[in-house]
Design a protein. Structure first.
Length: 277
């Protein structure tokens, strides 16, 4: 079992320390374990540097948070080198909003692994904070997949994170039934671009323990990625506390196999290493 997407107290919405997370990974005998703290490219610096009325939930000075997390992770990587295949990672958010800031983050040489995700749209709150009774959901999804395609064309990362993330809130929490099949064409373009650039996607299992009840993405899109020539797939719990580390990974492996994958991957120094499933 592996877990390639986890957060600790060094993420603004995480709890428990990197030490506690590493100890839990050892107890679970994970074959690979990545700490991938949040770093939002559109909020690297102070609130005063941005001309947007962000709400009080948003955390700024992400570059300072990033430097702290990288330093701690490097220490843990060394400390646990004999007990744990420790991966120093990052979840880079909203790179398409500010590619210059994103480039500053990915230049960090000690990073093993970069997940690239979109949690919010330009001039919008995080999907977690939107009022879906007031939003045009179709327009949100059009913008979301446009942003995702921009990321795929940029491709300065290792895997694309939780492709269907907005459904966590639209379907799972707001309870609004939503069919995204009309976006299959742009999702196909995203996947073809990733395949062309030798990039992967993740199976994010956090939805299994949330109201949504499915992985991000679900089997249909995991299989589509495989059918289009995708080879690299990682699996992550997206845990924000130690008790969720490893959660749903077995199901993620089952879905990867059902989609036709023979291996799942982890990264060291941005090089993918396969584990037979």
């Amino acid at each position: 079992m592996i877990d390639c997407h986890t957060h600790t107290c060094n993420s603004p919405d995480g709890s428990d320390t990197p030490q506690e997370a590493a100890e839990q990974a050892c107890r679970l005998a994970l074959k690979a374990f990545a700490i991938t703290e949040h770093c939002e490219a559109n909020r690297l610096f102070g609130r005063e540097d941005y001309h947007i009325d962000y709400n009080s939930e948003h955390v700024f000075h992400n570059y300072d948070i990033f430097q702290k997390s990288i330093s701690e992770n490097n220490k843990k990587k060394k400390k646990y080198s004999s007990r744990l295949n420790f991966i120093n990672g990052i979840e880079l958010g909203q790179a398409a909003h500010d590619f210059k800031s994103a480039e500053k983050i990915i230049s960090e040489k000690s990073l093993d692994f970069i997940i690239c995700s979109t949690h919010e749209l330009p001039a919008h709150e995080d999907f977690a904070f939107l009022d879906y009774k007031k939003e045009n959901i179709h327009d949100l999804l059009v913008q979301y997949f446009d942003e995702t395609l921009k990321l795929c064309k940029w491709s300065r990362f290792d895997v694309l994170g939780h492709l269907t993330y907005p459904l966590r809130y639209i379907m799972g929490e707001a309870g609004i039934d939503t069919d995204i099949s009309e976006f299959d064409e742009i999702i196909t373009e995203c996947f073809r671009t990733l395949v062309k650039n030798d990039k992967g996607i993740e199976i994010n299992t956090s939805g299994l323990r949330q109201a949504y009840g499915k992985t991000f993405p679900e089997l249909k899109y995991i299989k589509l990625f495989r059918d289009l020539g995708g080879k690299i797939i990682t699996i992550g719990s997206d845990s924000h506390c130690t008790k969720d580390i490893g959660s749903g990974i077995d199901k993620g492996i089952e879905l990867a196999a059902a989609a036709g994958f023979k291996k799942i991957y982890y990264f060291k120094n941005h090089i993918p290493y396969g584990i037979q499933i």
